[in-house]
Design a protein around this ligand. Structure first.
Ligand SMILES: Cc1cc2nc3c(=O)[nH]c(=O)nc-3n(C[C@H](O)[C@H](O)[C@H](O)COP(=O)(O)OP(=O)(O)OC[C@H]3O[C@@H](n4cnc5c(N)ncnc54)[C@H](O)[C@@H]3O)c2cc1C
Length: 462
């Protein structure tokens, strides 16, 4: 390629497109290098449904209001304070602009949702899901003259003294060098790279299922770290949820997630409970279960419920295992019938009377168990009984590159890079030291994507 672009964007998901559109609107010549083929463009963003944003309650697509302070409290709670305070506040302050900005780019939202997800106040849902949202962003980018190359994975980066010079991509069987005045790295985490996951999780990673794209292998992240960009985040931390163990290895998406946990008990393959299933409302706690299951023998667990709960949550695409007794259920799951019956009987005996309400932190709890269930505890005694086998479903990893308030990468010595910016999963670890809040992945991608696009454009024009 002969020409030098103003802004080279690595990746083709939400963060990449927000950056590309912003830079193009600022008058820049922009190229998006998407590693996946066109049909699979957009990485994990394809699977999303919503983004979280602070708002004053006037948006027709959300119930509300959701104040910045409340959002910040929620973030501190789930991360246990492990977040960069300045970047966390910036994310939340800038989240207020996202609904109108997305709307300007052609993204449409649906009316607020009720039901078991309890997200209508905090999260705006894309009409047509993540794919609908992505299609709107790609249409907008193309209309602004952005060049999009598909099936064009970055294989190398030329960086001199923290300064981006060019990217090498494999394209149509050849290696191309794409030069640019600024780089935006938005190529996701390393969640699909099982060998890399094994460095931290050992052989257990062989039992992980990857919920999203097989293309997020962390190649760009690795290149940047090798070129001296400062790392951020604990490599063992990731967003991992409980998903149906029958899901495919990659790209199972949202249809394999299971929200049944709060309605019954979770047991490991020894039929022991291992965590409080009723600790907090599902949007604030669903993301701990993947990690918890990863720590169980064989990385498998079973959600056990009865007929009272079977219609109270979004089902998996796979049917529940059904039986007339707990012993029979255990047999169908290849578990020890006596052990499962004992765990369920002990649980039932410890349930205290209360008024069940799954939309609030109700007063239904157990008392006297080694691990009590602190809300939504009801006896499991109404046949038929149901179970779902669950495995860790890795959504995305938190090890990333350090950035500053301009979304500019920071080098290992502490100096900001001259012209390299990052957005999305590849830098989410700056905000998410651990834990997760539903919808904040897209918020981080959009907020830092826009900042990265602005910063890259300002650099390119100077
Ligand atoms: C099933 C599922 C459901 C989710 N639901 C939600 C939700 O509702 N709300 C929410 O906020 N978050 C959700 N998330 C998380 C969300 O998907 C991510 O936080 C968000 O999409 C990250 O955006 P991104 O642009 O950083 O990464 P991605 O959208 O994953 O994009 C990364 C891009 O980089 C490309 N790439 C990778 N390597 C290379 C390379 N070497 N060269 C060039 N390109 C490369 C990939 O092909 C991809 O296009 C969900 C994730 C999954 C898996």
């Amino acid at each position: 390629m002969q020409e030098t672009y103003d802004v080279v964007v690595a990746g083709g998901g939400n963060a990449a497109l927000c950056a590309a559109i912003t830079a193009a609107r600022a008058g820049c010549r922009v190229i998006v290098l998407e590693g996946a083929p066109e049909f699979y463009r957009g990485g994990n963003t394809r699977h999303t449904r919503n983004l979280r944003c602070a708002h004053d309650g006037t948006a027709p697509t959300m119930t509300g209001p959701y104040a910045q302070d409340e959002f910040l409290d929620d973030l501190y709670r789930v991360t246990g304070g492990q977040t960069d305070k300045v970047l966390a506040e910036l994310t939340i302050a800038k989240s207020r602009e996202l609904l109108s900005w997305m709307d300007e780019q052609g993204v449409r939202f649906q009316p607020p949702l009720g039901g078991t997800l309890s997200l209508g106040k905090t999260n705006a849902f894309f009409l047509g899901g993540g794919r609908g949202m992505l299609n709107a962003l790609y249409r907008r980018a193309e209309a602004l003259g952005v060049t999009c190359l598909y099936d064009a994975p970055l294989t190398a980066l030329t960086v001199e003294d923290g300064y981006f010079v060019s990217a090498t991509v494999k394209y149509q069987g050849r290696e191309l060098e794409v030069r640019g005045k600024a780089l935006v790295a938005a190529a996701g985490g390393f969640e699909s790279n099982i060998e890399w996951l094994k460095q931290y999780w050992g052989e257990a990673a062989d039992n992980f299922l990857i919920r999203g794209t097989p293309y997020n292998r962390g190649d760009v992240l690795r290149m940047l770290l090798d070129k001296g960009v400062a790392p951020v985040g604990d490599p063992t931390q990731c967003h991992a949820v409980a998903i149906d163990a029958r899901a495919p290895r990659f790209d199972g998406g949202i249809a394999t997630r299971l929200d049944s946990v709060v309605f019954g008990v979770m047991v490991n393959r020894e039929c022991n409970r291992f965590y409080d299933e009723g600790e907090d409302t599902w949007p604030k706690r669903y993301a701990i279960w993947g990690r918890l299951i990863a720590q169980q023998p064989g990385q498998i667990a079973y959600s056990i419920i009865d007929s009272r709960s079977i219609r109270m949550f979004m089902p998996s695409i796979f049917p529940a295992v059904e039986a007339g007794t707990i012993r029979e259920l255990a047999g169908k799951l290849s578990l020890d019938p006596g052990a499962l019956e004992k765990t369920v009987n002990e649980f039932n005996a410890a349930v205290k009377p209360g008024t069940f309400d799954h939309t609030v932190l109700d007063d239904c709890r157990t008392q006297g168990l080694a691990i009590d269930k602190t809300h939504w505890a009801r006896t499991i005694d109404r046949p038929p009984y149901y179970a779902y086998p669950l495995r860790p479903g890795i959504t995305f990893t938190y090890l990333g590159v350090r950035v500053n308030e301009e979304s500019r990468m920071v080098m290992a010595g502490g100096t900001p890079s001259g012209n390299m910016f990052a957005a999305g999963e590849i830098m989410a670890g700056n905000v998410l030291g651990k834990g997760y809040l539903a919808g904040i992945g897209m918020t981080i991608g959009a907020v830092f994507g826009r900042l990265a696009g602005q910063g890259a454009a300002a650099h390119a024009r100077n």
